[in-house]
Design a protein. Sequence first.
Lengths: 310, 468
Amino acid sequence: MRNSKYPFIVGFLIVPVGLYALLVLWPYIQTFGYSFTNWSGESQKFDIIGFKNYTTLFSDDVFRKALWHNVLLLIFLPVITILLALFFAFLLNVGGRGGTGGVTGVRGSAFYRVVFFFPQVLSVAILAVLFEAVYRSDSAGLLNGVLVKLGLEDKNNPIEWLNDPNLVLWCILAILVWSGVGFYLVLFSAAMQSIPKDIYEAALLDGAGRGQTFFKVTMPLLWDSIQTAWVYLAIAAMDAFALVSSLTPGVAYGGGPDYHSEVLSTYLMRNFLYSGKSGYACAMGVVILFLTLILSIVTLRVTRRERIEF
Amino acid sequence: MGSEINRRNLVKRSAALGLVALPSAGLLSACASSGGDDNSSSNSSSATPTATSADNPLGVDPAKPLDVLIFKGGFGDDYAKRFEGLYSKKYPNAKVSHNATQNITGLLQPRLNGGTPPDVVDDSGNAQIKLDVLQKAGQLTDLTPLLDAPSLDDPSKKVRDTLMPGTVELGTIGGQFVTLQYVYTVFGLWYSNKLFKQHGWTAPKTWADFISLGGEIKKAGISPFAHQGKYPYYINVAIVDLAVKHGGIDWLTRLDNADETVWDDDAAKQAINAIYEIVSKNYLLPGTNGMTHIESQTAWNQYKAAFIPCGAWLENEQLKATPSDFEMTFMPMPSLPGDKLPFEAIRGGANEPFIVPKKAANVAGGLEFMRYMLSKSGATAFAQSANSLSVLKDGIGPDVQLRPGTKSTVTALTAAGTNVFNPTYLQAFSSLDVDMGNASSELMANRIKPDEWLKRTKAATVKAKKNA
């Protein structure tokens, strides 16, 4: 029977692997193919033009700008989100200092957990509507309204959040962080709860404060989860399409003002659907694929550490 | 027990079958661009053609289903349902399917690539597929048979002779009449006549008057000017219209041919300096540069701003936000000193492009649907459901009540007479609009000056011509 084990396994795998090949791998391969053509995206006619799309890409100012914006997101999104999520998770699970001397979260932590997770439940479409109102460019917007009421801002000279070249990308980043923290908070909370309480109690007995407990006990024991979070957030930072395309100004798929919030995915979409340069857009897609791939590998490699068993 | 079916073997066998069958099916069906066959230019003739007759000049197969895809934007989609009703009345056996969306590209592109497009498409909105792109890809049916078919209202006339002037020219891309731009729109500035009467203001005819009136409006605590800052399309139109009125039709023809020297002309300089005056005099509604069209237009409806640039769809788009006594009124762009065209000259023309995809299953039905759109009953249905005019000349009887804004556009159109212009560069050079829009947003936010705008737009024109 030993030899017939493999056909049996294949029998079960064939459908999922087949679907994966059909719906994931095959489109990837097609994108590779199209990236060497001048396909307009609207018909079956195209010519093979070799590497021309790629050479054009590297001298394309807007592409470089978009890439830089993704790099900025890549640096700030994971760092800020993970730090905030860790901080909150720590407070919710072990940050409390109840009179009983046990290791607990801060008072009302169950309530906070729900509150923090809430943004995660909202779909991107709702986020876009919500933040359109938050960042609205006159005093009817939430932020501007508050600033005007507090007397920090002139009603006749409001901050045009999403139309300000220096602010727009950070506004988008803030939404990504706001909506992401809740999920990673729950992820880290779950990981923290699997850390034996004895370790914390021992640390407490040794007189460790909150800060020391956090950096010397919690962080090292959560490293696996942090690493996973990092990869997920890095991939999210390479995307950011939905928010940028729906919230920022510009003729098609946002990216404005004047490309100051352009990310690779919006530039790709504009070329693919609006300008009839689908072949060129496919070349961008291939570059993004490799960047994301390299990034994931590097992240996993760099953050590899010895695992602590407990 | 030898005859008992061995379950494990069965699983193994079906698995082996699947191993062979699945990937090859995938290879056959998944390729995004393998749907149709490029050599057959049109499917319409491949099926048994229905004979044409006086009653059926386009050779419609009365039983063939008709598939309609409508952009559901400022005009809604009720009007299209009424067109479909007209079609169904004539061809009760044809199943008419109606699809409406804001995202035309999302629904249309896969079907074009798959070789099974709808029969009639209203390819409009922010997510339209650009017509120059479609035409270059050979996806559009030549609509000339429609032009030469007899009109439904008067069979002695051809459809061609019942259209507003310019419709055929505007729908012609690459030498072929491939799009029916159905809605007749004028573009200019809008104001509330109620607000103006209340303050005793009169609509300005020259830019100098506009600027001095702006000062008075400001004193009354109202911002003189709002625009749809998130979408720079609107302010682009205002800039170009000022320039066209100054430089005349010659200037426009050069722009439509992507002649980059137009931006060195006095016309362009005066136009952009005039718009910049709004910025430098601080006439803008606070925050308008970051607003969507709905936000800014609604603020204007709330009397927070006096003027807003827009096309004639404004009234229908703002129907719910407009106070009942608002008296929405249209006016042409004010004149600059030395204008070649008179004050009454306006950008007017057809938009809302309807197309029949080349690979549609029912091309004749698509053309017939358009013939119904271009009948008096079609135009009336449109005026009633969408509060706008169509390209059918005198298409609306005197019994049809028009809203104040639409009525004011009719007046303006009559006053303009032959001084109606309509740029085509938007269709032919779509990248120019994107780049000009970026420059305009920067100018309106006072981050660049007019000289820089001219420089950038000139470079964008060169680029657009190169890519065309």
